[in-house]
Write a protein that binds this ligand. Structure first.
Ligand SMILES: C[S@@+](CC[C@H](N)C(=O)[O-])C[C@H]1O[C@@H](n2cnc3c(N)ncnc32)[C@H](O)[C@@H]1O
Length: 262
């Protein structure tokens, strides 16, 4: 289909990260140190630490905001992500702390990075996990509710008894209207990042608009992709049907945290 001149096509999550988001993602989240310490506190507040097999799986690991704290808490982490750039950042962040291994190279290190779709995560496991996490909206990047269900079912079958699945995501089930759909995400003297939301019945088109200062002028980059609209109630219901018990389901600022136990 031909697009009108200047129109922005909807791209895949992978393309979106490659062309726009991965370059500014860590900055957008407040920087590595801040994101790492808030995630460390998240796990400590929930008494999440290695206590049996110590195998943890980080689905949509990004630049390591969760993988690195989990390794520090004693887990052997398999970090899976589609973005080569963000996995590269994760390795740089972890190398400084001697926490990373490239598949099949090092021994005695605690994070292995895998560049793959999280839907294939079972291919990278050889024994049951103690912990599976899919945090900061990664689950809403999937193409359909059926894919979210597949991740939940595969998580259940991959966890050891008593193992936990941690999901955090923005509940997009309620629709923002009019100019409330423009979200000023972050800005400083060099970057201005704004998001515009376009609601569809099952999905939301996310238009990311970023101005970056280059010398004396502002350069615009824009890209659009889709997230699925998951309600906390639907996710909880599906997890219960699969056989999980819900240890926590809480909402803070529109962001849902669900901790489910096998
Ligand atoms: C919002 S970021 C979250 C990253 C990290 N968990 C954090 O909290 O910073 C979503 C991540 O999921 C990855 N991602 C999205 N869909 C994916 C998929 N189907 N398979 C693998 N990675 C995916 C993206 O590349 C991105 O790194």
């Amino acid at each position: 289909m031909l697009l009108p001149a200047g129109a922005v096509p909807v791209v895949s999550v992978e393309e979106h990260y490659e062309s726009l988001l991965s370059d500014v993602y860590t900055w957008l989240m407040g920087g590595f140190d801040e994101a790492k310490s808030s995630n460390l506190a998240f796990f400590k507040n929930r008494h999440i630490a290695s206590s049996s097999s110590g195998i943890a799986l980080d689905l949509g690991a990004g630049s390591g905001f969760q993988s690195i704290p989990l390794a520090e808490l004693g887990f052997n982490v398999t970090a899976i992500d589609l973005s080569q750039k963000l996995l590269g950042e994760l390795r740089t962040n972890a190398t400084s702390q001697s926490l990373v291994t490239m598949p099949s190279i090092a021994i005695n290190k605690s994070i292995t990075t895998i560049n793959d779709d999280i839907l294939n995560f079972k291919d990278h496991l050889s024994s049951p996990c103690e912990l599976i996490i899919c945090m900061t909206d990664t689950i809403t990047y999937l193409k359909s509710k059926q894919d979210a269900l597949t991740i939940s079912q595969d998580s259940f079958s991959s966890l050891e008894a008593g193992g936990k699945l941690v999901l955090t995501f923005r509940d997009l089930s309620a629709e923002l209207k009019d100019t409330d759909r423009f979200i000023p995400v972050r800005s400083d003297e060099n970057i201005i990042f704004t998001c515009f939301l376009e609601y569809e019945p099952e999905t939301v088109k996310i238009h990311d608009i970023v101005y970056i200062k280059k010398q004396d002028s502002w350069v615009l980059n824009k890209s659009c992709y889709r997230k699925i609209r998951l309600s906390a109630e639907w996710v909880e219901e599906q997890l219960a049907v699969i056989g999980f018990s819900i240890e926590e389901s809480s909402n803070s600022g529109g962001f849902q945290t669900i901790v489910a136990v096998k």
